[in-house]
Design a protein around this ligand. Structure first.
Ligand code: GLN
Length: 187
């Protein structure tokens, strides 16, 4: 398996380090010609969704990636990556607009919005979760399945082969969420 990691801005290197630990091949997507490589899954990292969104457009990556995701390319979006995939964005503009969720940007406040929590994640048990100026999912439509909630707010969901987390599993040393994604890719 080979995973493409969008590497325009934000915490992309940390995802690569997680995949190294899981002995999974990966490469960085920085420009259009990187899409000539074959890949089986895509990671959209955390960072600043407005900046990533602008770069996706400027570099002509938005349309080809949207096409691949619509055609079933498995995708894992963390934090800003969640915002990029959401059909509706409160406090922002949809980017791929592909997943049946409504995301609220900077949902915990802009400055003091970083915190750590532990919560149940689907059938994995308790998972450590690091939030940095995170969004949460205000509502998930019927196509999406809620996977985790913290303080009554949805912080992870999946829809077909799309997985999103409001938190940053790549910033903890728990590999469970990346493993969960790789299982979803292989399913
Ligand atoms: N607040 C950022 C945004 O709106 C997301 C933060 C993150 O990815 N850690 O894009």
């Amino acid at each position: 398996m080979n995973v493409g990691i969008l590497a325009l801005q934000g915490a992309f290197a940390e995802h690569g380090a997680m995949l190294d630990r899981l002995e999974t091949e990966h490469f960085e997507i920085r420009q259009r010609k990187d899409l000539e490589r074959a890949f089986d899954a895509l990671i959209l990292p955390g960072g600043e969704s407005t900046a990533i969104s602008k770069l996706l457009r400027d570099l002509d990556l938005l349309e080809p990636l949207a096409e691949k995701i619509k055609n079933g390319l498995p995708v894992f979006g963390t934090c800003a990556g969640l915002i990029l995939l959401a059909e509706k964005v409160e406090g922002g503009v949809p980017c791929f607009g592909i997943m049946d969720i409504s995301a609220k940007r900077n949902a915990y406040g802009r400055q003091l919005g970083s915190f750590h929590a532990e919560a149940e994640f689907d059938d994995l048990g308790m998972i450590p979760m690091t939030f940095i100026r995170a969004p949460y999912i205000q509502s998930a439509g019927s196509k999406a399945k809620v996977l985790a909630e913290v303080d009554g707010h949805i912080v992870a969901a999946r829809q077909d082969k799309m997985l999103v987390t409001a938190f940053h599993p790549e910033l903890t040393d728990n590999l469970a969420i990346h493993e969960y994604f790789l299982n979803l890719v292989e399913d």
